[in-house]
Design a protein around this ligand. Structure first.
Ligand SMILES: Cc1ncc(COP(=O)(O)O)c(C=O)c1O
Length: 406
């Protein structure tokens, strides 16, 4: 009889967004005339910039003519896109990344999930707590996480608490770890990391021969000058780090799907090149991203595209400011939202994340995400996002202030 992968059976069902939807639906049924404002969404809402749409239309038309039709492309992406990435995302920041170190894909979720294919299952994994759940769940699937213990987490995963006492930045692990997931600007805590702090991790990884998996999906939201947009701005990172980037939040591609992963040629363990291994993995398991989409991603770097994308990010960052400043003035403890679309709110009066979820919904009709859904150290916190409209964001903040100050 067929045996299924037992690691998948160990995974607890992902209830977070199902539970949220259930509670919101119940509320709507009981209160049909009370409008809901969703500040829990982790998806962009503004349409694709015109430059991107124009590029997609042009590329689609090319596909309809024999002279310009394209079939399979290179698994790692067309040169025109990888060159645009190398020039704009790296060279302009003083970082030399070769186009053969860039692998275009359909998403940072797939890449951060799939990268484990090239690592042995007995490596020790370290994650921030709270954390983007994909890092943990994909290691469970791979058999790297051990057993789940209620109130403790996975037995073989090293959790690095990100608390307000350490400014939501992880501390270097006391025990040796092999694979370190870092995500900055952070989801869910909404904070960025300075070059000085990130340097500590690069030094640690080089000394301990570990790899850093650096998720920079929110890089475009950085506003502070000292914050690195790429881990390769830190000397020594090319021998210890893989970086994941995405057009999803940067350019509104959540439904369009395009991202890339950088694996420097210097990244070698035991004489084996991770760049070559990933290239082998990708060329075996995927056939690249559609030509039309890669042309759309290329347009992100055009003069017009870059301007339009910046306008959208500024719009979201302004929403983040409205939430952050509005709630802080009303006496809430708020973090993040300066270099990120996420605001991390301390729940008032010692409420648990879910208690606050229910109270907020009941009093204001505003929906957010309970921090406990991101890990044990997310308990007592709440994530709000800046991806709704400015009007709704202002309304939500006004309602919260009115309800909680009275
Ligand atoms: C930290 C982080 N990484 C990656 C992703 C997914 O990116 P993509 O849309 O490119 O798969 C998300 C999406 O919310 C995210 O929060």
């Amino acid at each position: 009889m067929l045996k299924v992968n037992p690691n998948f059976v160990k995974l607890p069902p992902s209830y977070l967004f199902v539970d949220i939807a259930k509670r919101v639906n119940e509320f709507v049924l009981k209160n049909p005339d009370r409008p809901i404002i969703r500040l829990g969404i982790g998806d962009v809402t503004l349409p694709l910039p015109k430059a991107v749409v124009d590029a997609m239309v042009k590329a689609s038309q090319e596909m309809g003519h024999a002279e310009t039709f394209r079939g399979y492309g290179m698994e790692c992406g067309y040169e025109f896109l990888r060159q645009a990435i190398a020039d704009n995302d790296f060279k302009k920041r003083g970082v030399e990344i070769g186009i053969d170190e860039i692998f275009v894909s359909d998403g940072a979720k797939s890449d951060t999930g799939n990268i484990g294919d090239i690592f042995c299952t007995d490596n020790i994994v370290a994650v921030c707590d709270p954390v983007y759940p994909v890092y943990v769940d994909t290691n469970v699937m791979a058999g790297r996480a051990g057993e789940y213990e209620e109130g403790k987490g996975w037995s073989r995963i090293v959790y690095m608490p990100c608390l307000k006492e350490n400014n939501f930045l992880p501390e270097l692990p006391k025990e040796p770890v092999d694979i370190i997931y870092l995500c900055f600007p952070n989801n869910p805590a909404g904070v960025g990391i300075s070059k000085t702090e990130l340097k500590k991790w690069v030094d640690y990884a080089n000394e301990n021969k570990s790899v850093i998996l650096f998720d920079a999906a929110y890089e475009a939201f950085i506003t502070e000058p000292d914050m690195p947009h790429s881990i390769y701005e830190i000397p020594g990172a090319k021998t210890c780090a893989i970086e994941f980037r995405s057009f999803s939040k940067t350019a509104g591609f959540t439904g369009t799907r395009c991202a890339f992963t950088v694996i420097p040629k210097e990244l070698e363990f035991g004489g084996v090149s991770l760049n070559k291994m990933w290239s082998r993995r990708q060329s075996t398991k995927m056939n690249g991203v559609p030509y039309v989409i890669q042309r759309a991603a290329e347009a992100v770097y055009s003069e017009e595209g870059a301007k339009q994308i910046r306008e959208n990010i500024t719009y979201y960052l302004n929403n983040a400011k409205i939430i952050r400043e509005g709630l802080a003035a009303a006496g809430f403890e708020v973090y993040g939202g300066v270099d990120s679309p996420y605001i991390w709110l301390k729940t008032p009066n010692g409420l648990t994340s879910w208690e606050f979820f229910d109270l907020l919904l009941e009093k204001t009709g505003v929906v957010g995400t309970p921090g406990s859904g991101f890990g044990l150290n997310g308990e007592g916190y709440f994530r709000l996002t800046s991806f709704n409209t400015k009007e709704n964001t202002e309304k939500a903040v006004a309602r919260i202030i009115e309800s909680f100050q009275a």
